[in-house]
Write a protein of this length. Structure first.
Lengths: 209, 209
DNA sequence: CACCAATGTCACCGCGCGGTGACTATCGAG
DNA sequence: CTCGATAGTCACCGCGCGGTGACATTGGTG
């Protein structure tokens, strides 16, 4: 079998994978602006008709891309980061910092987030499913597995607000290099992280375990 | 003079204004996705060549639109809202709530915010100038005119984070009806507002003046 | 009046897009 | 070897886009 030759594979599975990979590369490189059947086919060095044959069009390709790619951080990753984050601050604050870092480290995720803000087409809706529940899962497991106790505070509203702020700043950091007068260099990110820790310490009480 | 007739005005000023108004309507209605010389000209019932003649292309038209329209809330509006917000919470928290309401009430502003997240073209950069300084102006005037004292807290980082969260949630509320498990109905907005007030009360101390 | 600059209209160009039908190449089954 | 299904190519369509040149219309000035 001529594994490494250029051009067609005569292997549907490989072609499908090539198209999905091309989609991922395009989104990572250019975002969603220039995403289309022509662009994907060019990137994959395959004919665009295959997108229609194998995926029933761009929608299906995006759907397959969404299933194949873990562009979203997992709850485990967040908890791991929070646990490594020392013990001088409240666990929930450390979770938010871990979330900030996880999102920042995922260019693909940032593009998806930006896409979700920009328009509401069928393409975007496909990618939203799994992750709206991440917040709930995080708080639920924080309570059951890590013994976090919340009382007297609308924790969903506060964490939602913080997650929203994290999304906004990280997404915009793709283009701009400052927000609200704070440069988005390593020092600026540290300041935002400290702000997150401080807010939850003051809200929920620092817990020097 | 046939003031109210359909069609050409034979009046450059009026035509320019018509094009700018058409731009505003289009952005408010469809966002920036379908914005282009053809669409604007159609909306204005004028020929697109005038966009090139009078504004040197779409860039210039957007620039003129940015100058002509006050799509951004003013510091005065925020202070007014904060002062009307009672005295049971810290002034900075009330300012953030006023900011949330001001942004929410401006569909045009939400579209611009969404646009800024989505891509970084010359068109977007034009609209960014005046407002990056709003945060600084607000905090500066809060300190000098309202006697707000901040110490021991990175207030820029905290307010930046909150403003970012406000931007994200309001922008997404154009399409979705919930975030982090909180419905974006009147009750949901109240919860976010309460969260803002609570955070700044805990951070800066409630000041029942 | 004649003239001219400015205003606005119209027809057209090249391009890349999404989408499709007809064709060829490959490979395994009988 | 033959045949048929599958994988992949190619040429083409209509459309809307950004952009431009040639023309028609208007209104003020001498």
């Amino acid at each position: 079998m001529a594994e490494s030759r250029r051009g067609p594979f005569h292997d549907r599975e490989r072609s499908e994978k090539a198209l999905i990979d091309a989609t991922r590369r395009l989104i990572a490189r250019n975002g969603f602006k220039k995403l289309g059947v022509n662009a994907v086919a060019r990137e994959a060095c395959l004919d665009k008709v295959l997108i229609y044959r194998y995926f029933d069009g761009l929608d299906g390709l995006i759907r397959a891309f969404g299933k194949s790619t873990d562009f979203w951080p997992t709850a485990d990753e967040i908890f791991r980061g929070a646990l490594e984050g020392g013990d001088r601050h409240h666990f929930v604050g450390r979770m938010m910092v871990a979330y900030l870092r996880a999102v920042r480290a995922r260019p693909l995720t940032l593009e998806i987030l930006a896409w979700e803000m920009a328009d509401r087409t069928s393409l975007v809706e496909i990618l939203e499913g799994a992750r709206e529940s991440l917040g709930q899962e995080l708080m639920g497991r924080a309570i059951t597995e890590h013994g976090i106790v919340i009382e007297g505070t609308d924790i969903a509203a506060v964490t939602g607000l913080m997650a929203a702020g994290i999304h906004y700043i990280t997404v915009r950091s793709r283009f701009i290099d400052g927000f609200n007068g704070i440069a988005l260099d390593e020092d600026g990110w540290r300041r935002y992280e400290s702000a997150l820790l401080l807010i939850f310490d003051r809200l929920l009480g620092a817990e020097p375990e």
